[in-house]
Design a protein around this ligand. Structure first.
Ligand code: MN
Length: 317
């Protein structure tokens, strides 16, 4: 049994606490999941603007936003303008290669601005709790840029636990098959696991997948260990005692993000907001963004345009 526990690196962006779990030691993605931030929970004062992330680009990846609480307005260079609310996924695909790329902004939306941006919720939202993941794209495929919003996802309960399938397909231990509509370019799964009461749940594991479980709220007990908020369990099916399933035990209110996927065949290098399979492409993307190359187009926004830092000389990824 060799479940590894990855510790968060903590930072803060505009008053919002960020726990970064990926990349982490060894820098290896979990399947194609190559970046994982837990933003919040945070409360904003009346005069606070909340999350304000200016114009910035991405390459060779999908940004995958999973909202636990609060609302964020996404705007991108394809002209997309979409509020993401609780229990919804926003998925932005940057495309692959030096002819593709995308740019976007993210900002908090509060109740008083909601009418303007067609928010789903009438409650006041002066808080945020969200998971931001990146999915590395397989660079041997020609993938076009796109944006998708998924407000409806397969949701079911097992005992005292509510599960939401945010991406991929999943067969429960009772044999029921669930399929999420979320666009994928490699085999992936993402399940939000919410303990409505004290209890346990057993999840099926696939032999070809690498897995991670983030403790988002509360604490988790599994395989004889206790895991705290913002710790990430990292494992393979052969690392758990049963070899085909993992059992998760937690108290009421605990919330987990269960992710998994098949590793990509290409190298995954990260620099700033860019992913590529080689250093030269990262360097070219820095030049292209900082020179306003049309591959990243423009976001219709007066928010700050972020500057890409140069790739360091000795960069190995
Ligand atoms: Mn981004």
């Amino acid at each position: 049994m060799t479940i590894r526990t990855l510790e968060p690196r903590s930072t803060e962006v505009g008053g919002v606490p960020i726990a970064r779990l990926l990349p982490n030691k060894g820098k290896q993605p979990i399947g194609a999941w190559c970046f994982l931030d837990h933003a919040g929970p945070a409360e904003f004062a009346q005069d606070d603007l909340g999350v304000q992330v200016g114009r910035h680009p991405h390459t060779n990846l999908q940004t995958f936003s999973w909202m636990i609480d609060g609302e964020i307005l996404h705007k991108d260079s394809l002209g997309s303008e979409q509020v993401i609310a609780k229990n919804q996924v926003n998925l932005m695909t940057a495309g692959t290669g030096l002819n593709q790329g995308i740019s976007h902004t993210e900002q908090s939306v509060f109740a008083e601005q909601s009418d303007q941006h067609k928010t789903d919720s009438s409650a006041a939202h002066r808080h945020i709790n969200m998971i931001q993941l990146w999915i590395a794209l397989p660079t041997n495929q020609q993938i076009e840029r796109s944006f998708h919003h998924y407000p409806e996802l397969p949701t079911w309960t097992e005992g005292n636990v509510e599960l939401i399938l945010t991406t991929g397909s999943y067969q429960s231990v009772s044999g029921k098959l669930y399929k999420a509509p979320t666009l994928q370019y490699s085999k992936l799964v993402g399940i939000d696991v919410h303990f409505l009461e004290d209890g346990d749940v057993t999840l099926n594991l696939e032999a070809s997948f690498e897995y991670g479980i983030l403790v988002v709220v509360g604490a988790l007990e599994s395989e004889g260990q206790v895991y705290k908020k913002d710790q990430l369990l990292r494992f393979h099916r052969t690392d758990v005692s049963n070899d085909t399933t993992i059992t998760l035990v937690a108290k009421k209110g605990t919330r987990l993000m269960f992710i998994g996927g098949e590793p990509l065949s290409n190298q995954v290098l990260l620099w700033w907001n860019f992913v590529a399979n080689n250093k030269e492409e990262l360097e070219q993307s820095v030049i292209d963004w900082n020179n306003g190359h049309e591959r990243f187009s423009e976001v219709d926004s007066d928010m700050q345009r972020l500057v890409a830092p140069e790739v360091p000389k000795g960069f190995k990824g």
